[in-house]
Design a protein around this ligand. Structure first.
Ligand SMILES: NC(=O)c1ccc[n+]([C@@H]2O[C@H](COP(=O)([O-])OP(=O)(O)OC[C@H]3O[C@@H](n4cnc5c(N)ncnc54)[C@H](OP(=O)(O)O)[C@@H]3O)[C@@H](O)[C@H]2O)c1
Length: 246
């Protein structure tokens, strides 16, 4: 495994990976470097464990593995800011939804690239990561990053990354949306909402504005979607329960 690992972006997903690695003891904080204009709690956790946060550009040459974990909308800018500083042996692992490995390889000077679609449950070692790479060394590198964070599924056709993104990458959001709609249907049926973590907030945490999950949620939460369906389903069960009571 080639460290240091340079995280380009440590937001929700990059941060979840950092938390998962540190919790599992998979990497030492000193094996991590983080670049992020507004370092959040995961970057601070990494810094306390010895990681370099926003090191000078010259330090990027030491990175063995580069994780591209910014929003897909800005990945080219970030590649442009970084590629020239990297060492010749650096391997790139991208978690950006939808961005093709060939485009990433070009933007990073022809370096080997793996693509991974992870989930934020990586933070607690319960993630699912779908992985694609043409290059065997890049595939092995990505596996070594994600095996400590949960299940890893190998894909052998890059085209399948779209379906993996839509099904597995967005799955937590679908489940939160279901629970949120069920809770609302319960409240409509007269039950008091449960205290604790709000499913709507959990859903927002895994939904990037303008991203793939949001596109799916517009269907699930829109007209004819889960809120109406679950309210109808719960009302039907309530009716049946009353009928059964005679
Ligand atoms: N969230 C998920 O559940 C999930 C699941 C699978 C894959 N992904 C993928 O993961 C990637 C990141 O998504 P996310 O939800 O983690 O987004 P996010 O929370 O916005 O994280 C992106 C981070 O990158 C930082 N950043 C912005 N400009 C940067 C720059 N020039 N250099 C380095 N860092 C920079 C952002 O800082 P600011 O906030 O200050 O701009 C932010 O902290 C996306 O490509 C997405 O497709 C996400």
């Amino acid at each position: 495994m080639s460290t240091p690992i340079l995280m380009l972006g440590a937001g929700r997903m990059g941060g979840a990976m950092i938390e998962g690695w540190l919790a599992a003891g998979a990497f030492d904080g000193r094996e991590l470097m983080v670049r992020d204009p507004h370092p959040g709690p995961a970057a601070e956790l990494a810094a306390r464990a010895g990681a370099l946060v926003n090191p000078p550009d010259a330090d990027l040459a030491r990175a063995g593995t580069v994780v591209l974990s910014v929003k897909p909308q800005i990945w080219r800018d970030v590649a442009g800011e970084t590629a020239a500083w990297l060492g010749a042996g650096a391997v790139v692992v991208s978690i950006c939804a939808g961005v093709r490995s060939g485009d990433i390889a070009k933007a990073f000077g022809g370096r080997p690239v793996a693509r991974v679609m992870p989930t934020t449950a990586a933070a607690i070692g319960q993630g699912t990561a779908s992985l694609f790479a043409d290059d065997p060394a890049a595939r092995a590198r990505a596996r070594a990053l994600f095996e400590p964070l949960g299940a890893v599924v190998d894909l052998h056709d890059e085209g399948l990354m779209h379906a993996a993104t839509a099904v597995s990458g967005s799955a937590p959001a679908y489940l939160y949306a279901f629970i949120e709609a069920l809770e609302a249907a319960g409240a409509a049926g007269g039950l008091a909402p449960e205290d604790g973590e709000d499913p709507a907030e959990l859903r927002r945490q895994v939904t990037s504005p303008g991203g793939t999950t949001q596109a799916a949620l517009e269907v699930l939460m829109g007209e004819g979607g889960l809120p109406g369906l679950l309210e109808e389903a719960v009302a039907a069960a309530v009716r049946r329960s009353k009928e059964l009571g005679g």
